[in-house]
Ligand binder design. Structure first.
Ligand code: HEC
Ligand SMILES: [Cu+2]
Length: 314
């Protein structure tokens, strides 16, 4: 469903599939109920033949079996409603927790208007941060711990799982599991300010070997050089951005250690190309008005140098 990446009518993993089936099932049940009611109503209206007195002129008669319709109708409705309730509860149970314990834990922190993603390693040295793009191994349940830095957001990858609110001062836990490799788009699902619509993310589901290689690469620190670009970065950007392995240790904005490994910038808004990077850095406010990244004052040469430096962060 590449054409409609936000469609939740088809999901690709056990954290979403039972709920999708339930959605279709309840939708069909509702349609059938509507159809039955409309047909019975029309049948009732049409039973009145020409020549018979209007309904309100009829004397009240004793029941001639009509109440049987009510008894049978209530009986059938009760069975259907109870069945739907049981189905709903077993579905909630099925998606509440993965079948086996998750072997990967992510701490996702939402901010206006981007997602910080921390991969928690068994050892502290195995922990790293990235942003707006989540890689997961196919077939493995992934535990996702959600918290917010500012307002209420909502974490939503429609083709993998339902929405979970992301609330300041609280950690909500959900899980993801992809049944096949692919790129699944996510989106903040709770209005969180002017750029709410530009708070997207991608989940990249990879086979185990590719995921392990990606993770290993993410753990590598960046090369610490003394290039002009890095100097500009340290002076103008490092207060907010981290590049592991260098002096840049800001935590206000996304970690940029492996920026080039991401396919988009600014939370899914722009493709990650040198031209878009330069456009973003020279004036983020014109691209994403209100974003927490101010426009830096860089000369054209400094802008070019810092973009060239970012190109080395792969
Ligand atoms: C005051 C803090 C601050 C400063 C200074 C700052 N940034 Fe940012 N930057 C941010 C924030 C916050 C975001 C996330 C914006 C969003 O997506 O809404 C961001 C996003 C980015 C992104 C996109 C990252 C991604 O993965 O989406 C890049 C690239 C970037 N900044 C580069 C720079 C460079 C280069 C400089 C210095 C010239 C710089 N920033 C200065 C706060 C800052
Ligand atoms: Cu949001």
């Amino acid at each position: 469903m590449a054409a409609s990446p936000m469609s939740y009518l088809q999901t690709h993993g056990p954290a979403g599939d039972p709920a999708t089936l339930l959605g279709w099932g309840l939708g069909i049940v509702s349609a059938v109920v509507l159809l039955v009611v409309v047909v019975l109503l029309l049948a009732g209206l049409l039973r009145q033949r020409p020549g018979t007195p209007a309904l309100r002129e009829l004397a009240v008669e004793s029941d001639s079996g009509g109440l049987r319709w009510i008894y049978v109708g209530v009986g059938i409705s009760t069975v259907v409603l109870v069945a739907c309730a049981v189905w709903t509860m077993t579905t909630l149970q099925a998606i509440a927790m993965p079948a086996r314990a998750a072997d990967l834990t992510l701490q996702v922190t939402a901010s206006q208007w981007w997602w910080k993603v921390r991969y928690v390693g068994a050892q502290p040295a195995g922990t790293f941060d990235t942003a707006n793009e989540i890689h997961i191994p196919v077939g493995h349940p992934v535990r996702v711990e959600l918290s917010s830095n500012d307002v209420i957001h909502s974490f939503w990858i429609p083709q993998l799982a339902g929405k979970t609110d992301v609330i300041p001062g609280k950690t909500n836990v959900m899980w993801l599991q992809a049944a096949r490799p692919g790129v699944f788009r996510g989106q903040c699902g709770e209005f969180c300010g002017a750029q709410h619509a530009h708070m997207a993310m991608y989940v990249v589901a990879q086979d185990e070997a590719a995921f392990a290689a990606w993770r290993q690469q993410q753990l590598q620190p960046a090369v610490d050089g003394a290039t002009t670009g890095q100097k500009v970065f340290d002076a103008s950007c490092a207060a907010c951005h981290s590049v592991r392995g260098t002096a840049a240790g800001g935590i206000f904005g996304p970690d940029l250690t492996h920026l080039m490994a991401r396919s988009t910038i600014a939370a899914g808004m722009l493709p990650n190309t040198p031209g878009q990077l330069a456009a973003w850095i020279s004036n983020p406010q014109s691209i994403k008005p209100g974003t927490r990244m101010p426009a830096p004052t860089l000369s054209p040469a400094e802008l070019q140098a810092v973009v060239a430096y970012l190109q080395t962060l792969n």
